[in-house]
Design a protein around this ligand. Structure first.
Ligand SMILES: [Zn+2]
Length: 105
């Protein structure tokens, strides 16, 4: 229970850092929800859902996960335009992406 709340707070902080540092504006009041689920993360309406398992990931991986989901607000598929958007939200995303791919089964 505490683990979920801690992760949610951390993710909120990282999201705000990403948006401020990189001058990204998103409209509406975005919330992050931590849940036990099959997928790692997804975005629905004004909520980003992140798997409880992410609590064991380092911060730069969590930042990548958030940046990835925020980018999906602008671009649905994983196109070139999508990765450009991820880079805009989180310029150092590549390191987090590689580490996440290494950790996923
Ligand atoms: Zn995606």
């Amino acid at each position: 229970m505490y683990r979920k709340q801690d992760l949610r707070q951390t993710l909120h902080r990282l999201m705000n850092e990403l948006l401020e540092e990189n001058g990204v504006e998103i409209y509406g009041d975005f919330k992050i929800e931590v849940a036990d689920m099959d997928t790692l993360a997804f975005i629905k309406g004004s909520k980003i859902y992140v798997n409880t398992k992410a609590s064991k990931y380092p911060l730069y991986v969590l930042k990548y996960i958030i940046a990835h989901e925020i980018a999906h607000l602008a671009v649905k598929g994983h196109t070139r335009k999508f990765w450009e958007t991820v880079k805009h939200v989180y310029p150092e995303y590549e390191k987090g992406k590689q580490e996440l791919l290494r950790r996923l089964p």
